[in-house]
Design a protein around this ligand. Structure first.
Ligand SMILES: O=C(O)CCC(=O)C(=O)O
Ligand SMILES: [Fe+2]
Length: 423
């Protein structure tokens, strides 16, 4: 154990400290500073236990303007230096800001794919190929095929397979070892890469959105501290004008148990509704908002890189490649149904969110293994992390990975209903 630094924090009544391992840099972030009068508050130790690998020794537990808190940061350098994926540890760039996303022409790769997938799912090309449908309605697992080796025709078929099955889980992948540029190139085949407006990313690339045991799980648990569960189904950044399509999540380190991810089929969720409710929803749009996420981030002292947007998307969306209808609302970002009275909107959204969250018979829960890469179509699924492991118990292991998110079309509904927004 080596002492890295002693940070002196003054006048803070709530604070978060982050240590970036690997390069040895450190960051201290403070927020809600007591500017009007000095305050004394017990430090939340939980927020300081950032990684399983870092420890902080306290000399005192409260901080005021006149009695600053000294934190001694130490880390087990032998673990960090050995960590194979230290290049992928989370960082927050707090300088770069981005203009609003620009409209672009989207070309769904699945449109030209052979529906039988003879190139992707061919034993001739991949003798060890094993394809298992994880449930009848959603989720396929593939072994014996490397994403890094796929040619364009295979990638087109993969795009269609992901649209049809919602999520496709590739096991034993070398994807994470081919380098950041090649991974991004793979993603770009499906659509332009999204940069998350507030999330942590990896040092060398803002397009790699970080998933990290400490910051992420801690964040989720804290946000939902007064809730009975941390389950939070969502479709990633659905507030964007051209929200994501194919999304690629790679975990580099997985805990021995816990930290699964679940997906839900929005195609099946739509199909289960009664025809009168389907007909009602097909004529409606719902508002998706990035504002609460940005406000939450600002409150937590994080940096907002791109100003949030609000968009009205059709509630029933038609997938360009499969022609299937899917429900396109989610508890994470959908705020109201446009054109309804408040109580009507609340009641209907409550019904739909309940439907999405409790429909175990159109959900799949995936256990991660080392080398697992999950690819889902964000237009026809929603998903939730399952934060059931304890970040404060180092033995429970590290959960660390990254997401590459590709943007897709401006959502189209039934009978020409399109997304719209205020310029
Ligand atoms: O950590 C997970 O299991 C999923 C996190 C998530 O929601 C995402 O990567 O979009
Ligand atoms: Fe997500």
């Amino acid at each position: 154990m080596r002492v890295v630094d002693v940070l002196t924090l003054t006048g803070i009544h709530d604070c978060r400290v982050g240590v970036q391992i690997g390069s040895g840099q450190k960051q201290a972030r403070r927020y809600k500073k007591g500017v009007d009068k000095p305050r004394t508050k017990t430090f939340r130790f939980s927020q300081l236990n950032i990684h399983n690998m870092a420890t902080i020794t306290q000399t005192q537990t409260t901080a005021t303007e006149s009695a600053p808190l000294k934190l001694t940061l130490a880390y087990q350098e032998e673990i960090h230096e050995e960590y194979k994926y230290s290049a992928y540890l989370p960082v927050y760039d707090t300088e770069t800001t981005f203009p609003p996303l620009k409209p672009f022409e989207f070309n769904d790769r699945g449109l030209v794919a052979n529906k039988e997938k003879p190139n992707l799912l061919s034993k001739e090309n991949a003798p060890a190929l094993k394809v298992i449908n994880l449930t009848p309605g959603i989720g396929t697992e593939i072994r014996g095929l490397q994403l890094s080796q796929l040619n364009d025709i295979q990638k087109d078929e993969l795009a269609l397979l992901i649209a049809e099955r919602g999520v496709v889980v590739f096991r034993d992948q070398d994807f994470k070892d081919i380098g950041i540029e090649k991974q991004k190139e793979f993603g770009r085949y499906f659509g332009p890469l999204h940069i998350h407006p507030v999330g942590a990313h990896v040092k060398e690339s803002q397009e790699l959105h970080n998933i990290y045991l400490g910051s992420d799980n801690e964040y989720r648990n804290r946000r939902r501290g007064n809730r009975l569960t941390t389950t939070g189904y969502h479709s990633d950044v659905s507030y964007e004008r051209q929200p994501p399509g194919i999304t690629i999540l790679t975990l580099l380190s997985v805990p021995p148990t816990g930290g699964d991810t679940a997906w839900e089929s929005q195609t099946a969720a739509y199909a289960r509704l009664s025809p009168p409710i389907q007909a009602l929803l097909e004529n409606l749009r719902a508002e998706h908002s990035g504002f609460p996420q940005a406000e939450g981030a600002r409150r937590d002292g994080l940096f907002v890189r791109r100003e949030p947007v609000k968009t009205e998307h059709p509630i029933v969306r038609v997938h360009p490649a499969t022609g299937q209808k899917a429900l396109f609302v989610n508890p994470g970002f959908t705020k109201r149904i446009v054109g309804l009275k408040d109580e009507e909107s609340e009641a209907l959204l409550k019904l739909l969110f309940h439907h999405i969250t409790f429909g175990q018979d159109f959900q799949v829960r995936v256990k991660w293994e080392e080398g697992t890469v999950a690819l889902w179509d964000n237009r026809v699924t929603s998903h939730t992390a399952i934060s059931d492991y304890n970040v404060h118990v180092p033995q429970e292991g590290l959960r660390h990975g990254f997401r590459i998110t590709t943007l897709a079309e401006r959502p189209r509904g039934v009978n020409g209903l399109e997304s719209r927004w205020d310029e």
